[in-house]
Structure formats: C-alpha cells, structure tokens
Design a protein around this ligand. Structure first.
Ligand code: FE2
Ligand code: FE2
Length: 246
C-alpha cells in the first residue's frame, strides 16, 4: 500500500506535509485493525448517495473544484460511517443510528448557495428535502431526527435543550466531525491544528488526515467525482472491497 500511495502522492497537486502523510497512513492501518470485518464498503455507503435533483445548485455539486461538491459529501460519508462503527463497537448501547448519520451527511450541503450566502444553508437544506418529498421515505419520528442533524450541522456550539433533544447529540457530533474532517480540502486548506473535533474517535484516528489521503488519491482518478472518493478509499486500503457477485 505504502509505495503505490507514495507514487500517487508524487503526481497529486495536493501538497501533504511529510509527518501528516505518515500519520495518515498509520491511522488508516489502525482503523482497519479496529474495525476488522466491520470496515464499511463502498457498496454500502453509496446507497446513501444524494439524488442529483436535490441540489439547489448542480453547478456547485458537480464542480470538481467547488469545496461543497458531491466529492465532499462522499468523504464525509466515509468518515461518518467509520466513526459510527468504531463508537458502536466500543459502546453497543450508544444512541447512534449509522443510517441517520449517512442520510444527514448526504443532504447537509444540498442548499449551499454561492450568491445568497452560506449562513442559512443548513435550514434551507431541510426545507428543500421536505419540498421534494424525500422525508416521506421515513417514519416521521425518524425524519425528525435526521432533520435535526442537518439543521445543526454547521453549529460550533451545542444546540440548547429546547432546540434539539439531548439524545441526538452523539449523532450530531458524528455528523459535525465527519464534516470537519474534510476541512483540509482545497480551496479551504484548514490546517490540522485549527480543526475542531468533538469525538474522541475522530481525534484518535486522525480523520482529517485520512480524508486528506482520499482527496490526494481521488485527484488522480477521472470520472464521477462521488465515485472517485470510494475508488480512492479502496486504493489506500481504507474501505473493504466488496466480494464480487457470484
Ligand atoms: Fe454545510
Ligand atoms: Fe459540508
């Protein structure tokens, strides 16, 4: 794995600090070891791919150079599935529904708007999903939870009790950490030491460095930018490659 990655790194336009690079490689190995057979597959995560028609601005979603494109969504979903699985493995009674985390991440940035400003994009995303009738796929109690995760995904402070039930905080932290783990992406390039992570697992497995590895490798893969992230994550040994169908 190491040498193939080193070669790709040479060709990539993303400049990665040597120490961060090595830490990223070690983190991927640690995560694989921790999750064993429970490592997610691309086949599983892509079931949560957001429909193209949901994006307020397809030109943002499918622009390979936009920080809020569908490639960002894919990387947050990979990170979100990994954190959720580690947490559930360590604490099976934690209130974390991996599917809710993945739906919320699928839709969290569908309403990012270059013109009207960034501030309200979280609540706009909720409105848009409801206008498009996507919530009817869920029991209302389920949708009420997913929409809270979407609505508060960009908050730095924790929602007060009258804004969101306390039992959703663990999942909200997973969503926010999955999102924050992708902050080193161009053109944002947030330095690692300025990224706020809320879960011990995202810190332990250095998820921003793993996300950076995915970005680096995906940059050399052409075609669908959502799928490229999974191909990259498989190539660096993060995602488990599904068994071919008999
Ligand atoms: Fe967002
Ligand atoms: Fe995001």
């Amino acid at each position: 794995m190491g040498s193939a990655l080193a070669e790709i790194r040479e060709r990539s336009r993303i400049v990665v600090d040597e120490k961060e690079y090595q830490t990223g490689v070690r983190s991927i190995e640690m995560l694989r070891r921790e999750l064993g057979e429970n490592v997610p597959t691309a086949a599983y995560i892509r079931q949560f791919r957001p429909d193209a028609g949901l994006f307020l601005h397809p030109e943002i979603a499918f622009n390979p150079y936009d920080p809020h494109n569908i490639a960002h969504v894919a990387r947050t979903q990979i990170a979100g599935a990994c954190i959720a699985r580690v947490q559930l493995r360590r604490n099976p009674r934690a209130y974390i529904v991996e599917q809710f985390v993945l739906h919320a991440l699928a839709w969290h940035d569908i309403a990012v708007d270059g013109d009207e400003g960034y501030e309200a994009h979280a609540s706009r995303a909720v409105t848009r999903i409801e206008e498009k009738g996507q919530q009817t796929k869920f029991y209302s109690a389920q949708w009420l939870q997913i929409r809270e995760l979407m609505r508060h995904h960009m908050r730095r402070d924790d929602p007060a009790l009258d804004e969101m039930p306390l039992n959703l905080l663990a999942m909200l932290n997973d969503v926010r950490d999955a999102d924050a783990s992708d902050l080193m992406r161009p053109p944002i390039y947030e330095p690692l030491n300025r990224i706020v992570l809320r879960t011990a697992e995202a810190v332990e497995f250095q998820l921003p460095l793993i996300s950076q590895h995915i970005q680096m490798v995906a940059a050399s893969i052409s075609g669908d930018i959502y799928e490229a992230q999974f191909a990259a994550a498989e190539r660096i040994g993060l995602l488990r490659v599904s068994e071919p169908r008999p």
